[in-house]
Every structure is written in structure tokens, then in C-alpha cells.
Design a protein around this ligand. Structure first.
Ligand code: SF4
Length: 348
């Protein structure tokens, strides 16, 4: 088997399938594992106990999928550059600011389908192939793998940056048993820039490459199922699902490329919608309107909690106070406490 030829064929097939770029890494993730263990030891994973659970499997790919010798790392641009800019969304406090990756269809299934297509295409060529595909779905160190596979470097905000495409892309992996030639790990190009660190509204980037999840708005509004700490609520502003501030200020994102996937275009006008309209959704409406969207995963209570915080931070208007007051007694205790906090902001 001519593995060099196979590798360039894989590049070609990946493009045909719609990936923005693929690369190949070996499975030595020792350095990334050490970084992870230091981060865990500092307690920066907040309530994400699952970060501990799989132990060494995260940085020993052969323990997760036996026989793995290489990882094909793929990236897919997701930014719809025609939508209302995130900077603008942050300024309009009566409207919602949603992380750009979550405006359209949930990427997990889409990425996995594309990865499976690529693996099957390889299988057609080489015969039986040992493989498993992942996209944010298992203990896989996606960012470290992407960096090793030459797709970009991990910036000081901990996202992967590609010099020709910025950082607005999804990652996925194929763990495989074919000994493909590997790519060179990407060089680090943040240089002396530190723009993302002070840009974080809640100070979650405590040092370069060190994110305290317990302060990170993405964690607080998505993974976190409980209350949002009161001292961080004002800084959240109108960010109701995730946060892009560290990416927004990154100079490399002037190279952002428009996504070729129409599925990532906004649904329900989420790039330009009033907080009050979203807060009025019943649970049934929430489930229906977020079908196929990553937002559905957080559930209705977290959705209402996030909106209550954003409404508390909006400029005072009688309609906001009325909507908060009307909901106060029909929600869970957790949401009620956030609504009461929001009402207090308007009473000051
Ligand atoms: S803003 Fe600057 S320091 Fe932060 S990731 Fe981008 S280049 Fe690196």
C-alpha cells in the first residue's frame, strides 16, 4: 500500500465531502495529557466530573479504541458571515446574543456523518479498516490532536486557530489503524498578543491557556445545570447561550471563512431576536423551535434561567418587568431565584 498516495487521496475525498481541511497525527498525546492533569488539579473543570472519569483514555487513544495508530483530524468552518455580527448583538441589550456556532443546526450528527463517509471511502480503497469517528462525543483531546495534525495552534484562549481561517470551525476525528504519514504539528503564532485575556467578560482566562470553567460564560450558560453565581450575572450581559468574546477580539479571525454548509445558517432568527420573544416560549415551543439545534440540549429550565439573567441586564422597560413578574410563580425554584434577581436589577 502506498500510504503517501492514500493520504493525498484522503485530502481530496475530504474536500469532496465538504470538510474545510484534514490532517493526520500520531497518538502521542503525553504533553496534552500533562496540561489536562494540571488543569484538573487546579479544579478549573467546575462540575464537569466526567473530565476525570475516563482517566488516561483521553490522552491514550489506543486505550479508547484498541489498535489505533493514527488520528485523522478534520475541521469544518461554521461561520455564516452574512448574519448580524456578534459585536452588534452584544450592543443591543434587549436582544439575545447567541454563540455563532449555535445559531443553526447541531453539528454533532452532521460532523459524524461526514466522518463516516470519509472512513467508508478509505475502506473502499484499503479493504477492511479499523476505525471509530468522534465529534465532541467521547474523551478525545480534539484540540491537541488538531494541533498535532497541523490544522492550527491552540491559542491563549484555548481554541484552535488556523492562520487562513481563524477559529470558527468544528473539529472531528477518525481514530484508525492504518499507518498513514503524519503531518507536522502547527507552530504557535499568538506571539506577544494577549487580546483575548482581558476581553473575557468574567475573567475566565486566568492565564494563557488556562480557562477556569467555573467563570466561563459558555460553561455557565450551557453545561451548568444549576444556578449561575450571582457575582457573575451582570457580566453575562445578554449572552444567553455561550460566548464568543475571546474569539471576537482575536486578530486571526479577520481571516474567517464563510461556511459552505447552509445548515449552519440561523434558525428562528436567533441572530436578531428580542429576549422577550424568547422568554415567552412555552416548554413545548422551546422543544419544537430548537429541534435539531444544539440549544435544545440545555433544557427548558436552563433556557429560562439564561433569559432571566439577560433580561435582568437589559435596559429597564415596563414590558420586561411585566414578563418577569408574570413568569415568577410558574417556574422551578432555580429559575425563580434568577427571575427575582432580574427584577431586583430593575428596581434599583
Ligand atoms: S487574541 Fe491574541 S493571544 Fe488570544 S488567541 Fe488570538 S492571537 Fe492568541
Amino acid at each position: 500500500m502506498d500510504y503517501s498516495q492514500l493520504k493525498s487521496d484522503i485530502d481530496q475525498w475530504a474536500q469532496e465531502i465538504g470538510f474545510s481541511q484534514v490532517g493526520v497525527s500520531d497518538i502521542d498525546l503525553t504533553e496534552a495529557g500533562e496540561h489536562l492533569n494540571r488543569w484538573l488539579a487546579k479544579g478549573f473543570h467546575a462540575d464537569m466530573d466526567y473530565m476525570h472519569k475516563h482517566g488516561e483514555k483521553r490522552y491514550h487513544p489506543e486505550q479508547l479504541v484498541s489498535g489505533t495508530v493514527r488520528i485523522i483530524s478534520a475541521r469544518l468552518n461554521y461561520m455564516d458571515t452574512d448574519v448580524k455580527p456578534y459585536q452588534q448583538a452584544l450592543k443591543e441589550t434587549q436582544k439575545a446574543a447567541v454563540s455563532r456556532y449555535a445559531l443553526g443546526r447541531d453539528y454533532h450528527k452532521l460532523m459524524r456523518n461526514k466522518l463516516k463517509k470519509l472512513a467508508q471511502r478509505i475502506e473502499n480503497e484499503v479493504g477492511e479498516l479499523g476505525y471509530r469517528v468522534f465529534s465532541d462525543s467521547a474523551p478525545v483531546m480534539e484540540k491537541a490532536i488538531a494541533e498535532k495534525a497541523g490544522l492550527g495552534w491552540i491559542g491563549k484562549h484555548s481554541n484552535v486557530i488556523n492562520p487562513k481561517a481563524g477559529s470558527y470551525f468544528f473539529l472531528g476525528e477518525i481514530y484508525t489503524d492504518i499507518p498513514l504519514p503524519t503531518d507536522e504539528a502547527h507552530d504557535f503564532h499568538c506571539g506577544s498578543c494577549t487580546a483575548c485575556i482581558p476581553a473575557c467578560p468574567t475573567g475566565a482566562i486566568v492565564a494563557p491557556f488556562q480557562i477556569d470553567a467555573g467563570r466561563c460564560i459558555s460553561y455557565l450558560t450551557i453545561e451548568n445545570q444549576g444556578a449561575i453565581p450571582e457575582h457573575l450575572r451582570s457580566a453575562i450581559g445578554n449572552r444567553i447561550y455561550g460566548c464568543d468574546d475571546c474569539q471576537m477580539v482575536c486578530p486571526w479571525n479577520k481571516f474567517t471563512q464563510k461556511s459552505q454548509e447552509s445548515d449552519f445558517s440561523p434558525r428562528q432568527q436567533l441572530d436578531d431576536i428580542e429576549l422577550l420573544e424568547l422568554f415567552a416560549w412555552t416548554e413545548d415551543e422551546f422543544l419544537k423551535k430548537t429541534e435539531g439545534s444544539p440549544i435544545r440540549r440545555i433544557g427548558y429550565a436552563s433556557w429560562q434561567r439564561n433569559l432571566a439573567v439577560a433580561l435582568g441586564n437589559a435596559v429597564t422597560e415596563p414590558a420586561i418587568v411585566e414578563a418577569l413578574t408574570n413568569k415568577r410563580d410558574s417556574v422551578s425554584d432555580m429559575v425563580k431565584e434568577h427571575i427575582e434577581w432580574a427584577l431586583k436589577q430593575h428596581a434599583q
